[in-house]
Design a protein around this ligand. Structure first.
Ligand SMILES: NC(=O)c1ccc[n+]([C@@H]2O[C@H](COP(=O)([O-])OP(=O)(O)OC[C@H]3O[C@@H](n4cnc5c(N)ncnc54)[C@H](O)[C@@H]3O)[C@@H](O)[C@H]2O)c1
Length: 302
């Protein structure tokens, strides 16, 4: 059992707290926003309910998660810390600087950054060798994958230790050889998003059609057979022929008018009631539920 501190109790922080506590670890969460701490118990209880944890067992898990009033409160009682604050380099630097002032160099820091280079996150740290990229997927208590990567100065013992802990929790852990923005999953995901936006910009179809295609084909296939196995399965010669024909037509864009247009009109997606699709009241909750139900169904744990 490890005692984890989590800095940032938002979407990922609370989800990671649930994952760690369900695996038997003790967790202390700190957030600068008192509202995030005040709602922590309720959000964790709801997540446990959605995970199908019997009501009688919820208390035992929630008892392993407590809130800290300050970073220094947390520093005396944890063996490792998860940095789960907003995806901004300045915020991460500020938090890591404050944290490092309170703890010895042997304590590992797991950063949840999605796309910031770890080497940049580690800049300014007194002990950058302790920083490991540990990228969970939302909801962290359901999606098995955790991607683990070193920054340029990370001591690989910390990387191995993170993998050992996560494997011990039954997670599907993958280890990257080096630091790249976006780890593996988000690079693959956003290559697809870029091409989807390209199709919209070329007026090939509408956004609903893109989602229909992915949900009724690729989404189903990829949960069973990954694209590398599929390349061998259909044959590398055929894979090369297809790619050679298609590659010149695929997007290499670094600007995205299909996003600029709604954003310029104040349409940010779910939060503003409109984006690529329309978001009437209730749709956000329905999508969140459908996402979790779908993941559970795929995992065979209805
Ligand atoms: N949302 C996702 O699907 C997802 C998935 C994987 C990784 N991530 C990464 O996880 C990290 C957190 O993202 P999130 O979606 O949970 O964001 P979020 O906005 O839900 O939560 C961030 C929390 O950090 C707190 N915070 C901000 N500055 C702080 C400070 N100085 N001290 C203490 N607390 C502070 C905020 O109050 C907030 O509660 C980001 O790096 C993000 O890229 C997000």
């Amino acid at each position: 059992m490890t005692r984890f501190g989590i800095i940032g109790g938002g979407l990922m922080g609370h989800g990671i707290a649930v994952a760690l506590a369900r695996a038997g670890h003790r967790v202390v969460v700190y957030d600068e926003d008192p509202a995030a701490l005040a709602s922590l118990d309720e959000r964790i209880a709801r997540a446990l309910e959605r995970c199908g944890v019997p009501p009688g067992d919820v208390g035992a898990v929630t008892a392993r998660v407590t809130a800290a009033r300050s970073l220094s409160d947390m520093s005396s009682c944890v063996d490792a810390v998860v940095e789960a604050v907003s995806e901004r380099l300045d915020v991460k630097h500020q938090v890591l600087e404050a944290w490092e002032a309170t703890v010895p160099p042997v304590l590992p820091v797991w950063s949840t950054t999605s796309v910031l280079p770890l080497t940049d996150v580690a800049k300014g740290m007194r002990h950058p060798q302790r920083l490991v990229g540990v990228h969970w997927w939302n909801p962290a208590y359901l999606v098995p994958l955790v991607e683990v990567a070193p920054g340029a100065e990370t001591d690989h013992r910390f990387v191995q230790e993170a993998c050992d802990v996560l494997n011990g929790m039954g997670r599907t852990t993958v280890r990257l050889h080096r630091d790249v923005p976006g780890f593996i999953g988000n690079r693959l995901q956003f290559a697809l998003v870029r091409e989807a936006l390209h199709l919209l910009e070329q007026e090939v179809c509408d956004p609903v059609t893109i989602d229909t295609v992915v949900r009724a084909s690729l989404g189903l296939r990829w949960s069973a057979v990954g694209p590398m196995e599929n390349a061998d399965f259909i044959g590398l010669d055929l894979t090369r022929n297809i790619l050679s024909s298609l590659a010149p037509h695929l997007s290499a864009a670094v600007a995205f008018p299909a996003l600029d247009e709604p954003l310029d009109a104040g349409q940010r997606g779910r939060a503003s009631g409109g984006g690529l699709l329309t978001w009437p009241p209730g749709r956000g909750e329905e999508v969140a539920q459908r996402l979790e139900d779908g993941i559970r169904r795929n995992l065979g744990a209805q």
